[in-house]
Ligand binder design. Structure first.
Ligand SMILES: C[S@@+](CC[C@H](N)C(=O)[O-])C[C@H]1O[C@@H](n2cnc3c(N)ncnc32)[C@H](O)[C@@H]1O
Length: 543
């Protein structure tokens, strides 16, 4: 796993973006010759990512040369950031949570703040006089709790780039937004935000610009968490060039200031596309499709969606009631999906398939299906799920997560054995859906390793295993924990998620001590551990 520092700045031409190995955070592009970054002859040799275009998928990023899993491909800071579209009360001056019902407001625009001092914060300065135009105060949040009124803030901050940062404005205007389509469809939230900005705030931007701004945010924004755990979103013109697949090839992580880091999740060949996922890989086919068509206006044709078995998992397929071990497959006819058994032709409508899934999910949510149950009873429920669905089905995954939460504090050997089994099966599924050095795999390897180590120790205490078998089990646990440490160490310094790295490292160290081995004998881990002080120091400061 190499830790190359690449692509901190970007040069764009008609068809390519070249990233050089600069140590500054500025971008350079053909449009910005005034930009600080000098060209050098090595520039094109260090470039790892280039931009291509095609008529179906628009612009997208591919690797220009081989990249190993773990290589840093892109790094970018947001050109604008702000609250999520729907947010609980947060301060516009510092993005901290506003707690309680008594809080100060900005004397000029009347938006909630955490302290009077935040009224003059640089984050809030430019937007404040614009927001103040709403003298009837119909847009300002009034109550505590979640409110969609925060949607306008990031849109406004993006619009303000025009006068504050023309370079960033230019790049923002070049981002995909589906503005025309959104105007046509008149989606309620979109229209409410656009109309409020134009008609109440009376800004001097065209309606097209405002539609573009909101559309570009919905189409491209990334979310991250601040040091205190507040969810924020930001706009990243370069990262926004990455297209979607339901089986991503890169892993995206952020530090707590909103800088984004894109690493190859798997080994990539020259010309391989940098795919992220816009939805959640753990959603079933119809949910993923509904999201990409309604928000992004394309029908996903990725390697997973193209395969009627979803890469052999039958993740969204119902079982055939007539044939043993056969699963219905989606058939698309004029935009309508029907599920059909490839053997006997039995069919179900999309509605029927969804209804059955929803009934099972309600069962987990509504009554206390899993609560206060023994590992024996939990296993029984999981067996029942498997009678109805494929053991890699979405419902099984949901059930497994509820079961694992139920068993969280149960450390009996029966419970540990079941946890180990469930984590192991989840890992198998994630290996297919999010392969390589992904956070999902890292966290699962950690949980699996912990369950295996606890199980080995419990059996040893109960004197039901030989020393030899005990060691074998610990070695297996160590193997999983070491991989977890390697993956989770890839979180950037100042990332909240580095705490997972710390947990995994602690667990691996304990198992290594039990086995009497030195973690640093593994060459890949030695590299991680030599950076450890730096990583942990930064994460502690920002915890
Ligand atoms: C974040 S942008 C990605 C860059 C975009 N292709 C461009 O030209 O600017 C998201 C938009 O790209 C397009 N897109 C992304 N992934 C796609 C895919 N797998 N197939 C077709 N279009 C895709 C959709 O129009 C989507 O709304």
């Amino acid at each position: 796993m190499s830790m190359e520092r690449l692509c901190e700045c970007v040069e764009e031409s008609k068809t390519t973006i070249c990233c050089n190995d600069g140590r500054q955070n500025e971008y350079c592009s053909n449009d910005h010759h005034q930009c600080q970054q000098p060209r050098n002859d090595d520039h094109h040799h260090s470039c790892l990512v280039v931009e291509h275009t095609d008529s179906m998928a628009g612009r997208y990023l591919v690797t220009s040369r081989e990249a190993r899993a773990g290589n840093l491909l892109l790094r970018e800071s947001p050109v604008a950031m702000g609250p999520r579209a729907t947010s609980s009360l947060i301060c516009l001056g510092c993005h901290e949570a506003i707690l309680g019902t008594e809080f100060p407001r900005c004397p000029v625009c009347w938006w909630p703040l955490c302290s009077a001092a935040c009224a003059s914060s640089s984050l809030h300065q430019a937007e404040c006089p614009v927001l103040a135009a709403d003298t009837s105060r119909i847009g300002q949040p009034k109550v505590t709790g979640s409110t969609p009124r925060y949607d306008i803030i990031l849109v406004l901050r993006c619009l303000l780039l025009r006068d504050r940062n023309p370079l960033a404005w230019h790049r923002f205007l070049d981002m995909a937004s589906h503005a025309e389509r959104r105007m046509e469809e008149k989606e309620q939230h979109h229209m409410a935000t656009v109309r409020y900005i134009k008609e109440i705030l009376k800004v001097d931007y065209t309606l097209e610009d405002i539609h573009h701004a909101r559309g570009a945010i919905i189409t491209n924004c990334f979310e991250w968490r601040s040091p205190s755990g507040i969810s924020l979103r930001g706009v990243y013109p370069l990262l926004g060039r990455m297209n979607h697949s339901c089986r991503p090839t890169v892993a995206v992580s952020s530090d707590c200031k909103g800088s984004m880091f894109v690493r190859a999740a798997v080994d990539l060949q020259p010309g391989d596309q940098l795919y992220i996922t816009y939805t959640d890989t753990l959603e079933p086919l119809w949910e993923r499709r509904a999201y990409t068509t309604s928000t992004h206006f394309f029908s996903c044709d990725c390697v997973r969606c193209r395969d009627p078995t979803e890469l052999g998992l039958h993740y969204s397929s119902p079982k055939c009631e007539l044939c043993d071990q056969q699963f219905l497959e989606p058939r698309n006819w004029l935009g309508e999906v029907t599920w059909e058994c490839p053997l006997c032709g039995t069919q179900q409508t999309q509605q029927q398939v969804q209804l059955e899934v929803e009934q099972w999910l309600e069962h987990f949510d509504s009554d206390d299906t899993f609560l206060h149950t023994s590992p024996y009873a939990v296993r029984n429920i999981m067996d029942k799920v498997e009678e109805v669905f494929h053991p890699h089905h979405y419902v099984w995954v949901k059930a497994a997560h509820v079961a694992l939460r139920t068993l969280l504090e149960n450390h009996t050997t029966k419970a540990l054995d079941l946890k180990r089994h469930l984590w192991h099966r989840l890992l198998y599924i994630y290996n297919v859906l999010e392969p390589g050095l992904t956070k999902r795999r890292g966290a699962t390897l950690y949980e699996l390793g912990v369950a295996e180590a606890e199980m080995a120790r419990a059996e040893k205490r109960a004197e039901v295993v030989t020393d030899h078998f005990f060691k074998l089990q610990l070695q297996q646990a160590l193997c999983h924990l070491q991989e977890a440490v390697l993956i989770l160490s890839q979180e950037p310094p100042r990332s909240r998620d580095l705490r997972w790295y710390t947990h995994a490292l602690d667990a691996a160290t304990r198992v290594a001590q039990d086995l009497g081995v030195d973690l640093a004998t593994d060459p890949a881990l030695r590299v991680v551990l030599s950076n450890d002080d730096h990583l942990l120091h930064e994460s502690a400061q920002n915890a």
